[in-house]
Design a protein around this ligand. Structure first.
Ligand SMILES: Nc1ncnc2c1ncn2[C@@H]1O[C@H](COP(=O)(O)OP(=O)(O)O)[C@@H](O)[C@H]1O
Ligand SMILES: [Mg+2]
Length: 317
């Protein structure tokens, strides 16, 4: 097994007006070279916070964080910020940020913006970088002349392809995609998903694919990690998790997805995700869980192994 990224006990708390918000609690997973892992869960469960921790771009109001992030065996949380900046970010690990479609600078040509990481890292001019950007654009299905366009001249799908180009321009080993299609129309979403599948196949990229939509994750992921309220609750091969979900939350999540169970109306998950300033005791899912029992209120379930799947639920202890 060639582990590329080893996340160990990652914990992230934010300071808010209401007190300490426990956004990510004791999250561990491994990603192998060339593998695609889906990070799935309802909005607010901590997916983006994990991604920002890996990119070392967490906001300033983080008041506590701990854990290790081993990338190629080295703890990238422990290295000096400057070295992370020069050696890791964009070069080895890059990210397509959530909701970033409109974050291009409106007055600069798209090609120039995509070339920026390249110009900076190789200390080369726009003239020299242009060819490489054009090649990457055509690989991503963007007409070459798009490099001369301004952001407002591009459709959403084209802008997302350009964002992807920026993430890939330095040929990283790992790309984090945070809800990369959620702002797009369904047909454009399909095009981007097909493009991602092709990139995965042709470039041997490892990807962390973040989505609230478990069906979308099933389309591209080798493995799936399900998060609930800041915790990882189930982790396994995509086939296992999708065909035989173990955690009551994963079951609810799948039942709430219309496309997999076409003959039945989607169920709705009763209740709402908990307030992470005052998370429930014991298992964080217990207030919404259809099969909870007494101990779930007081005991935080550890990760149990069930076959090849890991699951944080006392039913499997
Ligand atoms: N800068 C911040 N300050 C305070 N709370 C935050 C901040 N960023 C995110 N949160 C909170 O942390 C939790 C996890 O957020 P996030 O990581 O964005 O989840 P997701 O990507 O799954 O929607 C949420 O409760 C969110 O409101
Ligand atoms: Mg998010």
């Amino acid at each position: 097994m060639m582990v590329l990224l080893d996340v160990r006990n990652l914990t992230i708390h934010y300071m808010t007006e209401r007190g300490v918000l426990r956004a990510v609690e004791d999250v561990s997973f491994q990603l192998e070279k060339g593998e695609t892992m889906g990070l799935v869960g309802e909005s607010g469960c901590g997916k983006t916070s994990i991604a920002l921790a890996i990119m070392r771009t967490l906001p300033d109001n983080v008041c506590f964080s701990s854990g290790e992030l081993l990338f190629d065996g080295e703890d990238i949380l422990a290295i000096p910020a400057e070295r992370y900046d020069q050696e890791i970010r964009w070069r080895k690990i890059s990210m397509v940020f959530q909701g970033a479609l409109n974050s291009f600078n409106p007055v600069l040509r798209i090609g120039f913006q995509v070339a920026e990481p390249l110009m900076q890292s190789r200390k080369i001019s726009w003239d020299k970088a242009r060819g490489e950007v054009a090649r990457l654009f055509s690989m991503l299905g963007l007409p070459e002349e798009t490099i001369w366009r301004y952001p407002h001249e591009l459709s959403g799908g084209m802008k997302q392809r350009a964002m992807l180009a920026m993430a890939l321009i330095l040929r990283p080993k790992l790309v984090i995609l945070d809800e990369p299609t959620s702002a797009l129309d369904v047909s454009v979403q399909t095009q981007i998903m097909n493009l991602l599948k092709r990139l995965k196949r042709d470039m041997g990229l490892a990807m962390i694919f973040i989505t609230h939509d478990i069906t979308l994750a099933s389309d591209i992921c080798d493995r799936i990690s399900v998060m609930y309220a800041g915790e990882l609750v189930e982790l396994g091969d995509a086939d296992d998790v999708l065909t035989n979900p173990l955690h009551p939350y994963t079951r609810k999540l799948l039942a709430a997805t219309p496309r997999l169970r076409g003959d039945r109306p989607p169920e709705y998950i009763p209740g709402s995700p908990p307030d992470l300033v005052n998370p429930p005791s014991g298992c964080r899912f217990h207030p919404r869980c259809p099969v909870m029992f007494d101990r779930c209120i007081s005991v935080r379930p550890p990760m149990f192994s069930s076959g090849r799947v890991k699951v944080r639920c006392l039913l499997y202890g």
